[in-house]
Design a protein around this ligand. Sequence first.
Ligand SMILES: Nc1ncnc2c1ncn2[C@@H]1O[C@H](COP(=O)(O)OP(=O)(O)OP(=O)(O)O)[C@@H](O)[C@H]1O
Ligand SMILES: [Mg+2]
Length: 268
Amino acid sequence: MDNSTATQKPLASTIAIRARNLNLWYGSFQALFDINLEIKQGMITSMIGPSGCGKSTILRSVDRINERLGYVRIEGAIEVLDQNIYAPEVELAQLRKQVGMVFQRPNPLPISLFDNIIFGHRIHRAPNEKYSKQDESDIVEAALRKVLLWDKVKDRLHSKATVGLSLEEQQKLCIARLLPVKPTVLLMDEPCSALDPKGTAAVEELIWELRGEYSILLVTHNMAQARRASEECIFLLMGRVVEHRETDQMFMSPSCQETANYIEGRYG
Ligand SMILES: Nc1ncnc2c1ncn2[C@@H]1O[C@H](COP(=O)(O)OP(=O)(O)OP(=O)(O)O)[C@@H](O)[C@H]1O
Ligand SMILES: [Mg+2]
């Protein structure tokens, strides 16, 4: 066995993201309390809960964008594929390669469609790896096919991504541009909330298609979406995990009264 193989993480883990006793403060305000979670590999896990309960804070902790704010303090650990991402030896660039994020409002870069898709790949590829124009074209085509956008945009790959695409198409593009770097985890923070019902359905179908290949953590305010589009569901309340179960079970027979109240629309 050569060294590189010996030092690789075992592929056996079935847990994509694990939070261990995670506590987080914004200044003196504690936003997360003793979060312990195991998000399974290849699954879609939705995260629901009233506004301000800490959903986005958890997502932002998994790709370490919270720490850009100087006043955030974190205790505990988050592991992605068994590696603590807050360990000193972890490089942010490596983490960003493993973990992709999709936001509420699609945010394509004001460059061409082609360049949007290949952007991350160019940043993350090893300096000694050479890619021809054809290689790059193949990568772009595969990513756009995966999100069902290829036929729509193949004749205008070199026009600006910020012009002439619907919000649904822009959000698909934002998902497509994560794929060439082959992330393990996709974090999605209310990815359909800016879309109309048709766009929402299309992006939901796409997310469903991506399961298996990617581990997806999907924040949503839309109960119907959580039910339709996730296999497991986490309910958060005031910075704490109240319940984490199979989605069907959680919606059919929640084990906590707080979950039942939320699902039935009694608050939040
Ligand atoms: N940058 C910040 N600085 C200070 N407090 C923050 C910051 N971001 C979030 N908070 C606070 O942390 C708590 C959790 O916020 P978070 O954005 O994670 O909630 P959320 O569940 O995503 O809410 P929403 O459903 O409205 O998006 C809230 O009380 C919020 O006011
Ligand atoms: Mg949020």
